[in-house]
Write a protein that binds this ligand. Structure first.
Ligand code: HEM
Length: 389
């Protein structure tokens, strides 16, 4: 299918859909959403007639909205509680705390690639990108290894709450997963109060007891947020990055020649094919975005994938290029809600891309294997098979 065919198809999907989410869920759009995102960006900002939400796709408008403390995330906390929680959680994400995770991250990558070399192929999504972040966050939280499969299942279901096509049957499964998750972590939190360690959960418990305090309920929802915010996002950074490299052999050759470019792969992937595609805000007070009025309590939807390819901001915006100077993408958001886990995600991503540069020599992408997850807020492949010589 050519770009033009996709554009026409997408335009048709938008016209036929009651709202843009149905269009975003269309399997053809999930495989290649950028032509649609580009046409939405060109029309934006505008108020969607069916929902009243203001759609934002241009970089400058998106930047202004994300930096504006007068807008809060969908289902967000009030500003004071948010700042207190953010301060406490950030304390655990020190550069040193992140750096000590590096050897374990490298070990997991090494095991996966050694197995791949033995087999002659690897499903990047399933065998590497999915297990790596959830294993790291589980171990950091101090979850016993035997239970990390539980976290994997919960995380995958809880992540679905960000989407818009959750059917009643699935909602039941998500609610059960959420209740099991709460029960499990209530027990682990109790245990860590009695037997504190150096793990992240013990640190958060200590932060709770240091006076300014996370309540038990806040502690529980923080752990849930860390799991959901940190898992599939990082998974998708890895898979989207490997996919972009394999589809752009000239850029892969640059990386082979200089593995120090692995950090540039992280930043360019976060711009070119960002794992988090949709960011929501509600206005505390009436405001405007790019001249379009937003009433108090009304929603704004930022299309990160559209803004990150705005030709008004980036030269050659639709190209994957490792020579861009400034990592000024919106992949980790900006302003008061800038991603707390950015340094951990950057570390995991750059260690993977560094290993890929050294070890996936002569790798060939099996395009037919490529299948995207059903999610639209988080974007990334479910299956991505690569054969190795
Ligand atoms: C490549 C991987 C990641 C991407 C693309 C990503 C992206 C984002 C984005 C776009 C936001 C802002 C949402 C908004 O403005 O409403 C965010 C917030 C957040 N992220 Fe990440 N994230 C990643 C990895 C992680 C990791 C590894 C963790 C922790 C283990 C994490 C924890 C958080 C938390 C706690 C917030 C909320 C911050 C706040 O509201 O103040 N993220 N992330």
């Amino acid at each position: 299918m050519t770009d033009m065919d996709i554009r026409e198809d997408n335009a048709h999907a938008v016209a036929a859909a009651t709202d843009i989410f149905a269009a975003l869920h269309d399997p053809a759009v999930r495989a290649e959403p950028y032509p649609l995102l580009s046409s939405l960006r060109e029309r934006s900002p505008y108020t969607m007639t069916d929902s009243g939400t203001v759609l934002v796709g241009r970089y400058d408008d998106a930047e202004a909205i994300l930096r504006d403390g007068g807008l809060t995330p969908f289902q967000g906390l009030d500003a004071v509680d948010h700042q207190r929680l953010r301060r406490l959680v950030s304390k655990a994400f020190t550069p040193r705390a992140i750096a000590v995770l590096a050897p374990r991250i490298s070990e997991i990558i090494d095991v996966a690639l050694t197995e791949a070399e033995r087999r002659g192929s690897i499903d990047i999504a399933e065998d590497l990108a999915y297990p790596l972040p959830v294993t790291i966050i589980s171990e950091w939280l101090g979850v016993p290894a035997a239970d990390s499969a539980l976290l994997r299942d919960w995380s995958s279901l809880l992540t679905r709450t960000f989407d818009f096509d959750v059917a009643a049957k699935e909602r039941g499964r998500i609610e059960r997963a959420s209740a099991e998750f709460d029960g499990y972590f209530r027990e682990l939190i109790d245990y860590r109060r009695r037997h504190p360690g150096e793990d992240l959960l013990s640190r958060l418990v200590r932060a709770e007891e240091d006076g300014e305090a996370l309540t038990s309920q806040e502690l529980l929802s923080t752990v849930g947020t860390l799991l959901v915010a940190g898992h599939e996002t990082t998974t998708n950074l890895i898979s989207n990055g490997v996919l972009a490299l394999l589809r752009n052999p000239d850029q892969l050759a640059l990386l082979h020649a200089d593995p120090r470019l692995s950090s540039a792969v992280v930043e360019e992937t976060l711009r070119y094919d960002p794992p988090v595609q949709l960011v929501w805000r509600t206005a505390r007070e009436a405001t405007t975005v790019g001249g379009v009025p937003v009433g108090a309590g009304e929603w704004v939807l930022v299309l990160v994938g559209a803004a990150n390819r705005d030709p008004a901001r980036y030269a050659d915006a639709d190209a994957f290029r490792l020579d861009r100077r400034k990592p000024d993408h919106l992949g980790f958001s900006l302003g008061p809600h800038y991603c707390i886990g950015a340094s951990l995600a950057r570390l995991e991503g750059s260690l993977v891309f560094d290993a890929v540069a050294r070890r996936l020599v002569g790798a060939e992408l099996d395009e037919d294997s490529l299948r995207y997850r059903r999610h639209v807020t988080f974007r990334g492949p479910e299956r991505l098979v690569v054969s190795m010589r």
